[in-house]
Design a binder for this molecule. Structure first.
Ligand code: UDX
Length: 462
């Protein structure tokens, strides 16, 4: 099959690489010439500057130049194409709705080119991005406007999590294909032949609207799980003495009907999908005149969770943030990524600055560059001037009054020793990821320990 992948970010590039592993001729297209040059170079560092996923570079190197190629010129490769995957950004707008401009612009470009094809064999345009219900129909009308012949539009949402995009593409839980036409289903069965009739992978053929809805429901349900654990599970263990978070988790999730995923309590879920998708779903329901109470509560609980521990620090630990120096460890929205989109650390910094802290000392093993460009402000009076960036946890801890652990990086598990060696008690440790299993050692030496999913452990007098 001849496949074009439009958009070579976190979804498009791994998808292109994995499709080419199955012997399809895959051409990955992007308007960004620098990206395409980097991908063509085959150099790890250059590729990972754009998409950093385990196994991606080796997957690309297996097929690059044979089944996998890269281009910035769609016109050159359009002839004879069977399937076009649209893997474009669908960022949120202020009112929660989805900005579809990248998708519609690409649809117009494609429409012009497909209309001029010499050979009019069947071509399917497939949406892989998360798009509002009805987007496949919208794309169909754009392609019709351009007079494209013999085409179909399908919806084939992507369920990949960051850090496991290659593994997730090779072994998905399910493949969902929404289309209108038997010929289009057939073409996509050929693309995904390794997954059709698989004993473990669900291959779902449905309408485009159902496929679009599956993605929104899956993501908002996952966020509901996380919010339930944060808003009910963690809260139980923070409110009533002698409730042990880990035991609560094991006991509740032992029921085979209850998901284990999502029970890891935290400072809320971040990333490029959950918040954006639930807001888009709320917006779509509101426009249709439907109530959105449950979804709004889930979104609200997740946002509140991103700074709730600071309220607890004031009320439970009697800590005052005014004029203090606070260390933040972890800026990325989860471990093994430098992505800070919707990260709890963003909310934390705003909240801390709003509470009058004098100085924030930040450290993250991967996200320092992203953080500096995010918080850099040309206006010298900016509050963000109060943030300094450090090379190690110890350097970031030095001279601070309290630490806030925001991301679940493995390296923070050994933090109690570093804390004891770097900052003297009395000192407050706010652990929003439950990263310090040996917190008792800290407490014994006079440090206050305040975890998500547990009551304050007051430092013992030494
Ligand atoms: C998510 C979905 O998992 C994926 O299916 C979808 O396609 C895109 O969004 P991703 O954003 O990469 O993927 O991250 P994920 O690993 O799901 O974590 C999201 C956030 O939830 C992170 O901030 C993570 O730390 C947090 N989380 C996750 C919890 O707080 N508790 C948990 O139990 C699980």
């Amino acid at each position: 099959m001849k496949i074009i992948v439009v958009g070579t970010g976190f979804v498009g590039l791994p998808h292109a690489a994995v499709c080419s592993e199955y012997g399809h001729e895959v051409i990955a297209y992007d308007i960004d010439e620098k990206r395409i040059e980097a991908y063509r170079s085959g150099e790890r560092e250059a590729i990972e500057r754009y998409v950093n996923e385990p196994g991606l570079v080796s997957a690309m190197s297996k097929t690059s130049g044979r089944y996998l190629s890269f281009t910035t010129n769609l016109a050159e490769v359009i002839e004879g194409v069977d399937v076009v995957f649209m893997c474009l950004n669908t960022p949120p707008q202020r009112d929660g709705s989805t900005d579809l401009s990248y998708v519609t612009t690409a649809a117009h470009t494609l429409g012009e080119l497909l209309a001029k094809r010499q050979e009019k064999s069947r071509v399917v345009i497939v949406n892989k991005s998360t798009v509002p219900i009805g987007t496949a129909r919208l794309m169909e009308s754009i392609l019709n406007e351009h007079g494209v012949e013999n085409f179909g539009v399908a919806s084939n949402p992507e369920f990949l999590a960051q850090g496991s995009a290659i593994e997730g593409s090779r072994h998905p839980d399910r493949v969902v294909v929404g289309a209108d036409n038997a010929e289009d289903f057939q073409l996509l069965r050929r693309v995904y032949s390794q997954f059709v009739n698989h004993v473990r992978i669900a291959y779902v053929e449905t309408t485009p609207e159902t496929a679009e809805a599956i993605k929104y429901m899956a993501n908002s349900l996952l966020l509901t799980y996380i919010s339930y654990w944060n808003g009910v599970g963690a809260r139980l263990a923070e409110t009533f003495p002698n409730i042990l978070m880990e035991d609560l988790k094991v006991g509740v999730t032992a029921d085979s009907r209850i998901s284990k995923w999502g029970s890891y309590v935290s400072n809320g879920a971040g990333g490029s999908c959950f918040g954006k998708d639930i807001q888009s779903l709320i917006y779509q329901f509101k426009r249709a005149g439907q109530p959105t109470d449950l979804l709004q509560a889930v979104y609200g609980i997740n946002e509140y969770q991103k700074q709730y521990i600071f309220d607890r620090a004031v009320h439970e630990a009697g800590f005052s943030f005014n004029n203090k120096t606070i260390t933040i460890l972890g800026l990325a929205f989860k471990k093994r990524t430098n992505d800070m989109r919707d990260s709890a650390a963003l909310k934390a910094v705003e909240s801390l600055l709003g509470r009058g802290v004098a100085h924030i000392r930040a450290y993250d093993p991967l996200a320092m560059d992203v953080a500096q460009s995010h918080w850099f402000h040309p206006d010298k009076n900016s509050l963000f001037e109060r943030i300094s960036y450090h090379e190690s946890p110890a350097e970031a801890l030095a001279g601070s009054d309290a630490v806030y652990i925001s991301t679940d990086w493995e390296e923070f598990r050994g933090l109690s020793r570093t804390i004891m060696q770097t900052v003297p008690a009395p000192y407050l440790v706010m652990d929003a990821r439950r990263m310090i299993p040996d917190y008792e050692a800290l407490v014994a030496k006079g440090y206050d320990y305040l975890p998500v999913g547990g009551t304050l452990m007051k430092g013992e007098a030494v």
